[in-house]
Ligand binder design. Structure first.
Ligand code: ATP
Ligand code: MG
Ligand code: MG
Ligand code: MG
Length: 350
């Protein structure tokens, strides 16, 4: 069988996707699968790369350039139309993070051309990517979250003073300002006062016309991994132990100054609650395949669900595969499970 690995992508999480893709390529069972690389450039071109029958020697093989324009030593890719990825006896693995990949757009396209794919479906991807929509769904399910104020770009442009008053009326500084559709902490800032709130909103609107402002809290960060279609499994919660104030892009992928504690050293009741909320949230957004559910845990052991990531970071430093490894499911077997879940979902829709 062929795995068509889609990676790169047009979002600000392009580089993260390449890191995730390389880790997956190192763990795939090549005695069962061949891997067709399909790289989506930052500009949105689709490049078909080599067919891999064994793990690549280096990450370089993933950086494809168009056949006629490359430098010596670069790996060439053939420019293709997206629909040309359709093949028999193949499954697409959209290892893309952020908008145009994790948000239902690619998933909708794959549904339209009728190919099986790994991970969440259209609705789940779209709802999980949009932090405002996620919050309303979680609210409906009665899952605790920090207070928030959604602010659309037009509302901000129209009347900044009203937005300041609205935020200050229901939230305290510091506040966290986020683009509604993004990941890897891109576009997120912490605001301690009005001036910073203004700058933070302007930063968020560089990525999305939808932003959300949240109550900032002092909290530990714990994460639960979820796997399954109808039959949903969760792991124990793990903790992101950070000595930085905020788990930003650099600490996630560049400095590596965080460590993971698996399982998180938290009371058993909190473990149980986190798994319960993660499962409920996953069900509420119609999850299939996988998701990583992120929580805040205060010193009083209050738990707030922060978000669901339907295509969580998948690098060798990432929490999602590490949580499964700790339960005895090795990285290669995890990929195998994800493929089977994707195939099962496809078959059930026929
Ligand atoms: P991911 O890479 O997990 O998809 P993301 O870009 O979707 O991340 P969040 O997880 O919402 O962003 O926030 C990124 C980080 O910012 C959190 O891990 C946490 O360190 C900090 N943070 C976010 N919201 C708050 C908050 N309300 N209070 C305190 N810290 C926060
Ligand atoms: Mg996220
Ligand atoms: Mg994410
Ligand atoms: Mg997060």
């Amino acid at each position: 069988m062929k795995i068509i690995l889609l990676y790169g992508g047009q979002s600000a999480e392009h580089e993260v996707s390449i890191l995730s893709a390389f880790s997956v390529l190192n763990a795939i069972y090549y005695n069962y699968y061949q891997v067709q690389l399909v790289y989506i450039t930052k500009e949105g071109q689709w490049l078909k790369g080599p067919l891999l029958t064994e793990k690549p020697a280096s990450k370089e093989v993933l950086s494809l350039t168009v056949s006629n324009g490359g430098q010596p030593g670069e790996t060439y890719g053939e420019l293709i139309m997206p629909c040309q990825i359709k093949e028999t006896n193949a499954i697409v693995f959209p290892l893309l993070h952020g908008p145009n990949g994790e948000d239902g757009t690619i998933q909708g396209f794959l549904e339209t051309i009728d190919v099986p794919y790994v991970g969440a479906g259209v609705l789940t991807s779209a709802c999980g990517m949009d932090k405002i929509t996620t919050k309303y769904l979680l609210q409906a399910a009665g899952i605790p979250q920090v207070p928030f104020v959604p602010v659309l770009k037009n509302q901000w442009k129209e009347n900044p003073k009203k937005i300041f008053e609205q935020c200050e009326g229901s939230l305290l500084y510091p506040m966290f300002v986020k683009p509604a559709n993004m990941g890897s902490s891109v576009g997120i800032s912490k605001a301690e006062n009005r001036e910073e709130l203004q700058l933070a909103l302007e930063e968020a609107y560089r990525y999305d016309t939808r932003a959300v402002i949240e109550q900032g809290i002092e909290a530990r960060e714990i994460e639960v991994a979820i796997l399954g279609n109808e039959d949903v499994r969760t792991t124990m919660a793990g903790e992101i132990v950070k000595d930085v104030a905020f788990y930003d892009y650099n600490s996630k992928y560049i400095d590596n100054n965080i460590t993971m504690a698996i399982p998180a050293q938290i009371p058993d009741e909190v473990q149980v609650k986190a798994q319960e909320y993660a499962k409920l949230a996953y069900t509420m957004i119609g999850g299939s395949g996988l998701s990583r559910c992120d929580f805040f845990l205060t010193s009083k052991n209050e738990l707030f669900l922060n978000e669901l990531n339907t295509m969580p970071g998948f690098t060798q430093f990432s929490m999602y595969p590490a949580l499964w490894e700790a339960t005895g499911l090795q990285y290669g077997d995890l990929i195998e499970e994800l493929i089977q879940l994707g195939l099962n979902r496809y078959e059930q829709r026929q």
